[in-house]
Structure formats: C-alpha cells, structure tokens
Design a protein around this ligand. Structure first.
Ligand code: FEO
Ligand code: CA
Ligand code: CA
Ligand code: CA
Length: 620
C-alpha cells in the first residue's frame, strides 16, 4: 500500500505550520527535482567527519567546555580530573537533541540548547569506575541534562560560543524542578522528600527534544531506568509495571542507589515515577524552574515534536523508544496565544497541562486511528487495573496496551513537514520482531528480525493535527538494498543506503535530514559493513531522492539536528565517538575531536557547525 502523492495541503493546518517557522526563513520549493543538490559522500569507516565537496565544519562545545556562566567557568581537564562542581558548569556528556533559538532583535546572536543524554563513567572519571563513590555519583548526575549556551555569528559566517553569557545555564540531574499537570500531587508521585508530589531534583537521560511555538524547549527523559537500582535479591518483588518500565532492582547500569538513597527502588519506589516525562524549559529566563509535564504521559520519551491544530491548539507527537512500545499524541485543551514574547509565554505556560493523550494504531490497508488514553475510555478503568486518572499517565504504556495501540519497532524522532503537515517517524530497529513469544509482524512493522529500521509517515485526516484518523505508509524500509531478502525499500532509485535511522529534522524548505545510530559494536560488521560509520542523509520527500551528507568518526552516533531559519547553517551533534573499546582493552576506538590516534585523548561528544563555503543554503 502506498498513498498516492498529493498536492500540498491548502488548509488552516498548513498555514499554522508555516506560522511556526517564524520570520526570516527562506523556503525554497521542496519539489524541485534537483534537491538535495550536493554530491553524496560515500559510506566510510574513516575516523573523521566527512562532508560533501564545498562544505566545512567547526567543532563547538565539546564535553567539558565551560558553559559560560559568569563567575563559574572551570577549564576542561583532559585527564578527567574536573570535579562534580566543575561538571555542573561545563558541557555534559553525549550531546543529543538540540534547538536554535534566535535572540530577538539580534540577527547575529542565538541560544543553542541541547541535551546531554547519558554518561560513560569510564571516560567521565579520572580513574574510571572500578569503584563508585558519592562524588562520582554527583559528577555523573551533573554530566546529564541540558545546556543553554549563547552563540554569535563570526565574520566568516560560522558561529562561536559567547562566554560569559547572561543566558548560559546548565540544567542537570540535581536541578530543582516542578511537576505539573494531572498526575502532579498524586499518590504515585509523592516521596519522603516531597510529600506534596510536585517538586523534585533533576532531569537526566535526555534524548530527543521539541520546541514549542511560544519559544520554550522540551527535553525528553528516555532511559532513566538505568540509573535506578537496588539489591538483585529484590528483583523478584518487582511489580509488572516496574518490569515494563525497566525499574527493577539489580538491572541498573549505574550504582547511584548505593550512595544516594533516592535511587534505591526498594526504599523509594515512587522516585522513578518522577522521571520519564517531557520537561519544559524557558531558555530565555535563566531563573525559571523547569517543569515536568505529566499530561503528556510517562515513557522512555524520545521526542516531543510540536505542531498546531487547525483551530490553533498545540499537538505534540512523541515516540517511546523501547522494543514494542508506542507512538503517542497529545492535543491541548486550550488554544495557543501566538507569539514568543513574554506575554505569549506567560499565556501559554499551562498549555501543556490540560489536554488529551492518544496512542496510535496503524491498521492494515494504510488507515490508522488515535485512541484516547483516559480513565473511563477505551477500557481503561478500575477493572483493567487503573485506580485513578493519574495512574493512566504514570503507567501510560499499560494504558496503551488496554486501548490497543500498535507495538512499534522502537519509535525515535518525529518530524512534521513544514508545508504539508505530514508526520514522519524513525523506527530504528527491532531484532526481536517476530521472535517466538514476542509480538508478530504487522502492517506497520512488517519485517522479522528488523536490523535496519525505517521511516514511517502519516497524514492526519483533513490535514488537522487534532484528527483521530489518518492515512499512513512507509517512506523507507532501510538497509542494504543489495542484501537479498532483506525487504529493503527506498522511495526512489536515487537513494543512498542507511540503517537504524534515529534523528530526524525538517528544515523550513521541506528537506528531511536523517541521522543514524547503528550500535558501536555492530558498525562495520556483518550485515552492517556496507553502511560504514554512522551518518547523516538529506531526503526530498517530493522526489524520493536521499543523499548521504555526512559520515562520522569511529563509534559515534549522529544525532541532534537543527537548520537555522536562514538555512545557511546546520548544527549537528556527534555523540559518543569511540564508543567501541578495542578488543581486549579499554581503549576507545576514536580520540575525536582532540586526537587522531585512538588512545591519545579522551573522545568527546560535541556539536558541529556545518555550512557551505560559499554561504549558500545547506542541502541545496
Ligand atoms: Fe536516546 Fe532512543 O535514542
Ligand atoms: Ca535517539
Ligand atoms: Ca544511542
Ligand atoms: Ca537510537
């Protein structure tokens, strides 16, 4: 099934999406058959950033760089000797989702806001992690979260960090937060430290993101479960819900619980309920308290992509990146006040606290439905195990089971086409699809042992993001098209191969930027060999042309992507270079960006500032 290509929507929704782009964007016809216009770079196993001819890049804000907070700019210590306090004022580890916020009235200034997803404890601490200490737990918590940095345009057309900056800010695993929305204050969120259930410390495991039309940043808490733990013997007492969310004693990958009791699942079973949310941050108000928005549901949040409904409410699309988890949509109850000024921000400050949460069902034949997740709807009630409305949000995965959503092959980023309003999602892979005892193949997830993932898209009925029905199809079933029997399908003959798509971003002209995350231990091996290191591609949905734009250093994933409104600069994150340790040792397989020989420097995640040498529109 493919739905026929259609004219661009001429609806209120499309106009609303265009309004989201703000001023200064320079859309060009995405339908132009010549786009993307650069020469593809070949798949590569080189330990380097490779771009098409005519493009250049600079490295910005690698892990450990001072954030630029006045009076607290500790220098990077290449031997890992920075303290926990230093780390709280420096770039965190493992840059992920990112957004570019122009500073009003200053065309040469912007805030770059980015996530720091997780910690590599071996690299983080001077003596590695053979032994955990309380200080290492603190440093580790400080190495995740979000950075707000100020950047300015250089004479050459690139961008550099401004230090110090009044906006510079680190938000991390110990920053005070507020909890808002229908689950705030419920019994599910109350703890000894916070009997009211509405105030807490920290955000971490921050993966993909969203940006609201009123100018705030949404950071998404993905694999939070790995930081909660407890004695292995207690695993047997874990509830089915704890099992489903992975918060089971003994399965932790960091030993926080031994030094900070709030991470001990046996002592504070509600603490993990306070993670797995979308968190709203106002980057222009460094004194503001980040807010966890419970109305959007709790899951391994991947992205929180915003668009507008035809009547001016906000819709947020979200993926839950775990095998056989779901795709969600939130639609606000109230209309948004347009604009990004202080008045609009204030009027919209509770917009994400009231609305309807849905899970997606993808049916045979290319139709789909949004199923409401609310107490008393779609079989979600006391009889099916839901004591109250708050529990539906805290255990959104279980509510989605009852409602009958479609279990997907690991939904990652979601992007909305700026003109048509079509929604694209990466399904990164699922090696367990079709295994005995696991969910079977279905129309939306049609490949057993799905090693390479793909991109699925849908179009809401009437072009309205508030619709409860949609048409869908596969934009790409990824992989090496020369591998027989792999079920690979690209949208056109002129497509470069990729696997495990993850990051996804539409620029304002309608070019789709795709980023990949093949696991470090798989890169260059077996069926993945032909795909090379992780990469970034640029697709034109109007023609099906897909061109490889960038290949990354050894071991890294490419993630985080934002094209500036004028389309002259592209910011991209290189995450966990050197992830693979060479056989028999601890040496990361890259020293990027500080060294060219593995082992010569600690590899560091960092942002790339990419532009055309002639200053032209990237991708054209
Ligand atoms: Fe953090 Fe699902 O990638
Ligand atoms: Ca991801
Ligand atoms: Ca990853
Ligand atoms: Ca991934």
């Amino acid at each position: 099934m493919t739905f026929a290509r259609r004219e661009l929507l001429k609806t209120g929704a499309a106009a609303a999406v265009v309004a989201l782009l703000g001023e200064g964007c320079a859309p060009i016809a995405a339908g132009a058959a010549t786009l993307p216009g650069f020469a593809s770079v070949p798949a590569s196993l080189a330990d380097a950033v490779v771009l098409p001819p005519g493009y250049e890049h600079e490295v910005l804000y690698p892990w450990g760089t001072p954030t630029g907070i006045a009076g607290a700019m500790p220098a990077w210590a290449p031997d890992g000797a920075n303290s926990a306090e230093d780390q709280a004022a420096q770039a965190g580890m493992h840059h992920d989702g990112m957004h570019f916020f122009p500073v009003e009235g200053r065309p040469d200034r912007a805030l770059l806001v980015m996530n720091h997803e997780y910690t590599d404890e071996q690299l983080l601490h001077a003596d590695g992690i053979r032994e955990w200490t309380a200080a290492k737990v603190r440093k580790s918590l400080h190495a995740m979260g979000v950075s707000v940095i100020e950047i300015e345009r250089t004479a050459g057309g690139g961008w550099r960090q401004v230090m110090p900056s009044p906006w510079a800010r680190r938000i991390h695993g110990a920053t005070p937060m507020r909890i808002a929305g229908p689950a705030a204050g419920s019994t599910w969120l109350r703890t000894v430290a916070d009997p009211a259930g509405n105030a807490m410390l920290g955000t971490f495991a921050n993966c993909a993101m969203g940006a609201t039309p009123w100018g705030t940043y949404l950071t998404c808490e993905e694999n939070f479960h790995g930081y909660f733990g407890g004695p292995k013997e207690a695993a047997r007492q874990a509830s089915p819900a704890q099992g489903r969310y992975g918060t089971v004693p003994g399965s932790q990958w960091a030993e926080y619980w031994r030094f900070d009791e709030r991470f001990d699942l046996t002592r504070h079973p509600n603490e993990p309920h306070r993670f797995g949310w979308v968190v709203e941050i106002d980057p222009f108000d460094p004194a503001s308290t980040p807010v966890k928005r419970t109305a959007l549901g709790r899951k391994a949040q991947e992205s929180a992509t915003c668009t507008l409904t035809r009547d001016g409410r906000v819709a947020v699309y979200m993926g839950d990146d775990t095998r056989f988890e779901y795709i969600y949509k939130f639609v606000s109850r109230d209309r948004m006040r347009p604009g990004r000024d202080a008045a609009a921000r204030s009027a919209n400050r509770e917009l994400l606290d009231h609305g309807t949460l849905y899970v997606a069902r993808y049916d045979e034949g290319g139709r789909g439905a949004w199923l409401e997740l609310a107490h008393g709807q779609n079989g979600i009630d006391a009889a099916s195990g839901f004591a109250d409305p708050a529990q539906v949000l805290v255990h959104a995965r279980l509510a989605a089971d009852v409602a009958g959503g479609t279990k997907m092959d690991r939904p990652e980023w979601i992007a909305v086409h700026p003109q048509s309003g079509e929604v694209y999602v990466t399904l990164t892979n699922n090696s367990q699809r079709g295994e005995p005892g696991k969910p079977a193949l279905d129309a939306a997830n049609p490949r057993a042992n799905n090693l390479f993932g793909g991109i699925l898209r849908w179009r809401e009925d009437g072009g309205d993001a508030a619709a409860t029905g949609f048409d869908w199809d596969h934009f790409a079933l990824a992989g090496n098209p020369r591998a027989p029997g792999a079920g690979v399908r690209y949208p056109g003959a002129d497509a470069d191969a990729f696997g495990s798509p993850d990051g996804l971003h539409f620029d304002s002209g309608g070019l789709l930027w795709i980023q990949t995350d093949v696991g470090g231990s798989l890169i260059g091996t077996g069926p993945y060999a032909a795909l090379g290191n992780n990469q970034m591609l640029c697709a034109n949905p109007a023609t099906g042309r897909i061109r490889r734009f960038l290949t990354g250093p050894n071991g890294c994933e490419i993630t985080g992507c934002v094209v500036t409104p004028d389309r002259r600069t592209l910011f991209v994150n290189i995450q966990h270079p050197g992830e693979r340790r060479e056989a028999g040792g601890d040496t990361p397989n890259s020293a990027w960006p500080d060294g060219t020989v593995p082992g010569s420097a600690r590899p560091r995640s960092a942002t790339l500032v990419v532009r055309r040498r002639d200053g032209g529109i990237v991708g054209s």
